[in-house]
Design a protein around this ligand. Structure first.
Ligand code: S3P
Length: 173
């Protein structure tokens, strides 16, 4: 059995999982992996196209498999798509792992994600959709997380440093 991931990042879209994840990987001298990218590579199409062509349920099934595979294989920093924690099997797999919830307030979210149509879940009325999304998801992010790191008004470098401190991990430099 491989030792498992060093860090698993969860949190809503725009919370900086990919940027912070890549920084963390560099600081730890470990590989970075992203389950959204795994799905895009395996499917040969963008996530927004999967949503439009096959629907969210199909995407979630692909995501569940991608997360299971990545958790079993990956020994570095792993970022999960924002909705991955909606799946109960995925939440069970995360139990006991070094999971970090990158949290973000609504104002920061609207600033960062706004009307970006590549984020299909926020395409219409982003502020209201954000609140509804987070009301449903906040308890799940909190449930799976070992630590919560806030990202509001912080640079990706500051967030990465806070993650290392929170998990008591040492830089490999
Ligand atoms: C989603 C977040 C996206 C992507 C998909 C659905 C969500 O990932 O998986 O658009 O449900 O929050 P990011 O969080 O990496 O943007």
């Amino acid at each position: 059995m491989p030792p498992g991931p060093l860090v698993v990042l969860v949190g809503p879209m725009g919370s900086g999982k990919s940027t912070v994840g890549a920084l963390l990987a560099a600081l730890l001298g470990a590989p970075y992996r992203d389950t959204d990218a795994d799905i895009v590579a395996a499917q040969g199409r963008e996530i927004s196209d999967i949503f439009v062509e096959d629907g969210e349920e199909c995407f979630r099934a692909l995501e569940r498999d991608a997360v299971r595979t990545a958790l079993a294989e990956h020994e570095g920093v792993l970022a999960l798509g924002g909705g991955a924690i909606l799946d109960a099997d995925t939440r069970a797999l995360l139990d006991g792992l070094p999971v970090v919830y990158l949290s973000m307030g609504v104002e920061e979210a609207v600033r960062r994600v706004g009307l970006n149509t590549a984020r299909p879940l926020l395409a219409v009325n982003p502020r209201r959709q954000w609140r509804e999304l987070m009301d449903a998801r906040r308890p799940l992010y909190t449930e799976v997380a070992r630590v919560v790191v806030t990202t509001d008004d912080r640079t990706p470098e500051e967030v990465a440093s806070a993650v290392l401190d929170a998990l008591e991990l040492k830089k490999d430099v």
